[in-house]
Design a protein around this ligand. Structure first.
Ligand code: SAJ
Length: 427
């Protein structure tokens, strides 16, 4: 088995680092993306996302001729699908949210055009159980001249496997190499080929299971984290009511050798933890009671934080009876979905900042050291300022993300402001 040419479909946070890793091992890598400007950026040896070490890897790969980006899928020995699997936008409370598999289906149709006997197709995108089998069927529908594992098992011309990505944004390059990899081939031989492919750069173990278990394992990892964070978030609300410092409490409980409680915060963001539990729920709604409750607890947390900010406003007005709400300045410390990254997508901090706009404060400031500009739709109502300006000008400081820079703030500088600290770093 040798994979000389590898085609990666989707050049986002997972696809591009994966393409760069294969290229760093001197494989010929074709990266496919529907976005022409992404393709142009990569072909210029640059990157369109922020991820440590990735820029150098991509630059070298393009420079040496091992990586090129294109908009249409080209023939290869192995295909890796790393496209998004979002949710169709429907009201989560009214009905079961449905995963949108249209990007995978579109990728399948593209790959099918160029498939040849002996090729390997791997799905990495987070997907509901049963998706890889659907992928095999989508491929087969376009190529009746080839046989596929859902119908021919081990004798099939094409090998199909599900191998989820499990890397943490900010540590992608190291984790791509070192993390154990789950390999869910549709047959034993599909798994064997998939292991061979990943052994190109993975030093962690490649652990084989069946395809449905592989799909479920990815969802389980993220749902488990969501449930853990929900427990911490619920504790924070209980402790607030009982006047107990939740961070001290968790620190104490975690000294027990078999307790490891996660950290509360303003809610759960990103494109994985807040989304993937719904993939389990959508497959087994009546059985996913705890998973559903965890989602609801975490989704409620931004609203709870807003109520705390409203209480801080009342406190501020009672301390300064001559002031009105339009005299108050509020600062949001952090807009990203987690510390020390620039990614604002699906961020609970952003949800809270947007909600604060409607409260019509005199001034609403934001400190986000990881971005140079606010998103366009916020520029009118929110002003991006430095840590110093925010502290000097604000009546209320709301800590939403525990960025490194905010941990360095001398606590005494905050003596004259009212604090709402959702991460427990200023307390
Ligand atoms: N969060 C808390 N409290 C915590 C930990 C996290 O409130 O104790 C919040 C974060 O602030 C953030 C959200 O949860 O808003 C998610 O952050 P995260 O660091 O837990 O996870 P992600 O979304 O960056 O990456 C996760 C990882 N999954 C697990 O740790 C099980 C990563 O390994 C996956 O590859 C990634 O999802 C993915 O792509 O699925």
């Amino acid at each position: 088995m040798s994979f000389n040419t590898i085609c990666i479909i989707g050049l986002g946070y997972i696809g591009l680092p994966t393409a760069a890793m294969f290229a760093s091992k001197e494989k010929q890598v074709i990266g496919v993306d529907i976005n022409q400007s992404t393709v142009d950026t990569i072909n210029a040896g640059k990157i369109h996302i922020v991820e440590p070490e990735l820029d150098a890897l991509v630059c070298e790969a393009v420079d040496k001729g091992f990586l090129k980006a294109v908009t249409a899928t080209e023939p290869a020995d192995a295909f890796v699908i790393a496209v998004p699997t979002p949710f169709l936008p429907i009201d989560k409370e009214e009905s079961t949210p449905l995963p949108d598999l249209s990007y995978i289906e579109a990728a399948a149709k593209e790959i099918a055009r160029v498939l040849k006997k002996g090729d390997l197709v791997i799905l990495e995108s987070t997907s509901p159980v049963g998706t890889t089998e659907k992928l095999s069927k989508w491929l087969a529908a376009v190529r009746p001249d080839l046989s596929f594992p859902h119908e021919c098992g081990a004798a099939s011309d094409i090998r199909v496997a599900y191998c989820p990505e499990r890397v943490l944004p900010g540590h992608v390059i190291r984790e791509l190499v070192e993390n154990d990899r789950i390999i869910g081939g549709m047959t034993e031989s599909c798994s064997k080929y998939a292991i061979e492919l990943y052994n190109t750069f993975v030093t962690g173990d490649c652990v084989v299971t069946n395809v449905r278990t592989a799909e479920m394992s990815k969802l389980t990892e993220n749902a488990s984290r969501d449930v853990g964070i929900a427990f911490a978030n619920e504790l924070s609300i209980i402790c607030d009511k009982l006047e107990i410092d939740v961070w001290e409490l968790i620190g104490l409980a975690n000294r027990h050798p078999r307790v490891n409680i996660l950290q509360p915060g303003p809610g759960v963001g990103g494109h994985c933890i807040a989304v993937d539990p719904w993939f389990i729920f959508s497959s087994a709604p009546s059985e996913s009671k705890l998973i559903l409750t965890a989602r609801q607890v975490n989704d409620f947390k931004p609203q709870w934080v807003i109520e705390k900010i409203k209480s801080a406003v009342i406190e501020c007005l009672s301390r300064n009876p001559t002031k009105t709400i339009s005299d108050i300045t509020v600062s949001c410390f952090g807009l990203a979905f987690k510390p020390d990254i620039d990614d604002l997508r699906e961020s609970p901090a952003l949800v809270i900042a947007k909600e604060l706009i409607n409260l019509n404060f005199g001034k609403l400031l934001a400190v986000e050291p990881n971005i140079a500009r606010l998103p366009l739709n916020l520029e009118q109502d929110l002003k991006l300022v430095s840590v110093d300006v925010a502290i000097d000008c604000s009546d209320i400081c709301v800590l939403l993300v525990d960025h490194y820079e905010f941990k360095l703030i001398n606590r005494a500088r905050l003596d004259n402001v009212i604090m709402v600290d959702t991460k427990g770093i200023w307390i």
